[in-house]
Ligand binder design. Structure first.
Ligand code: ATP
Ligand code: MG
Length: 340
């Protein structure tokens, strides 16, 4: 395959406020990569509406959350000069390419997607067609820019494999080497941050319990309170990694501490091993407040000027479209559509 120019794309849904899992699993890598790569980061509003309005809150809330997630991008350290920041719905080529990919992807591939099973729940007959088709739109989000690298949390691994399958099948079906085979970038000690209330469940924006997650908008008091209340077990903290097996809550808190402190898990266990959770929680609260609370402060400043955030999205959408349009045009030619 011909080498593709390195280009990075990733996105977050405006289904509520960003949380520590989004930050440690994805955002820290996004920030690093903007220094070394061409980067596009989007607020995926088309994905948000795959869920019922009761999840994303309806039109007013979607509008607010889109601006807030963009503000969070900037508050965390994404620079609109270095990265293209935009919202997905403003670049129609995402949805246009998704249609073509709908005709490339196979039902059997989508039937295996675990995110659909988790989000649709028991009553899958009532789930939207969009929720089922989510991974195909995600493939289009990535491939409409010929993105070669996609930094995400561990939960998105399966969708990225599907993106690769779609690129390979499109290239084979049409006898071209047009779409790159994208690499997932799942990096760091916290690629899967778990709920503070249940160590077997992923920390998630759409969890109904606010105590399950640390939001990037939480005050210092909220952060400390949520960590104090985090579920643990009755045993002491182990001194070695093997001792974390079968103890999901302990594993999660140690992992979060290691990620925030930028230290290896083994070193953290040496320091806290043998002790009670209260000491770890105290140290973790201090660390989390120092790192997360300033983001909320910066967001308050950005929220006071929504016109500024809107202008950033508008500029980003124009820059993103300039990349997407020629790729869409070429895709249509490959498929055989008459260029009228
Ligand atoms: P939702 O519950 O609405 O799906 P979410 O919390 O999963 O929300 P997304 O917008 O779907 O957030 O995901 C944005 C990015 O954050 C993705 O790269 C995803 O892999 C990553 N991510 C989400 N949750 C976690 C987590 N708990 N740990 C690590 N990474 C995560
Ligand atoms: Mg998600």
């Amino acid at each position: 395959m011909a080498p593709f120019k390195h280009r990075v794309l990733s996105g977050m849904q405006p289904t509520g406020n960003l949380h520590l899992g989004n930050y440690l699993g994805a955002m820290v890598n996004w920030i690093k990569m903007q220094e070394t790569h061409e980067t596009l980061y989007c607020v995926v509003d088309l994905h948000a509406i795959t869920q019922p309005q009761s999840v994303w809150g309806g039109p007013k809330e979607l509008h607010r959350a889109t601006l807030d997630v963009t503000a969070a991008f900037i508050a965390c350290g994404l620079d609109p000069q270095k990265s293209i920041l935009f919202n997905q719905s403003q670049v129609p080529e995402h949805a246009e390419l998704a249609w073509i990919f709908n005709c490339v992807a196979r039902l059997g591939w989508l039937d295996r997607m675990t995110q659909f099973k988790e989000k649709a729940g028991k009553d899958k007959e009532r789930a939207s067609v969009g929720l089922y088709d989510y991974p195909v739109l995600m493939a289009a989000d990535i491939l409409i820019y010929h993105a070669t690298h996609v930094p995400v949390g561990e939960d998105q691994k399966q969708h990225l494999e599907l993106t690769r399958d779609i690129a390979i099948k499109f290239n084979n079906d049409f006898g071209v080497e047009f779409f790159p085979i994208t690499e997932p970038v799942i990096m760091g000690p916290a690629t899967r941050v778990m709920s503070l209330r249940d160590g077997t469940k992923k920390m998630s924006k759409s969890d109904t319990s606010d105590l399950s997650r640390i939001n990037l908008t939480d005050s210092a008091d909220d952060i400390a309170r949520k960590i104090r209340k985090a579920k643990t077990d009755a045993d002491a903290i182990p001194s070695e990694e093997a001792g974390l097996k079968g103890r999901p809550e302990a594993d999660n808190l140690i992992g979060i501490y290691a990620a925030l402190a930028d230290r290896p898990v083994a070193g953290v266990l040496q320091e806290f091993g043998g002790g009670q959770f209260s000491r770890l929680k105290e140290a973790l609260a201090e660390l989390a407040v120092a790192r997360i609370a300033p983001i909320a402060g910066e967001m308050v400043r950005l929220r006071a000027d929504p016109g500024h955030v809107e202008a950033i999205l508008k500029d980003g959408a124009e820059r993103a479209r300039a990349i997407a349009q020629p790729i869409m045009k070429q895709t249509k030619r490959i498929v055989g559509f008459v260029d009228a």
